[in-house]
Design a binder for this molecule. Structure first.
Ligand code: FES
Length: 103
């Protein structure tokens, strides 16, 4: 069963930016897309143990700051080598001004 965790305010994230959210030992990233939707993935690259919050967010992609693999943050799909394993994604819902993540 999904439990919804209050992660941040909508205004904590600019469009085409990400926000790191740590919860119960997990590191997640929450994204705000150019068309104002919110998404969440694991916040650690699947290639090596590198935090993605320092990576560039462009359109619907996040780029790993170490070897420049890119992932589609809507689906988690690894788009560019060397990472070849997709990022795990999490459901997001908006309640008023708050962003909730389903874990
Ligand atoms: S650590 Fe992310 S692409 Fe290598």
């Amino acid at each position: 069963m999904t439990s919804w965790i209050d992660a941040c305010a909508k205004s904590d994230i600019e469009a085409e930016e990400s926000f790191r959210f740590d919860h119960s030992g997990r590191v997640l990233l929450i994204y705000r897309s150019p068309d104002d939707e919110y998404f969440a993935t694991d916040g650690i690259c699947t290639h090596e143990h590198i935090f993605l919050q320092d990576g560039l967010v462009m359109g619907y992609e996040v780029e790993c700051p170490k070897h420049a693999s890119t992932f589609d943050y809507r689906t988690g799909e690894a788009l560019k080598a060397p990472a070849c394993v997709d990022l795990r994604t999490y459901p997001v819902k908006i309640e008023g001004e708050r962003v909730l993540i389903g874990l």
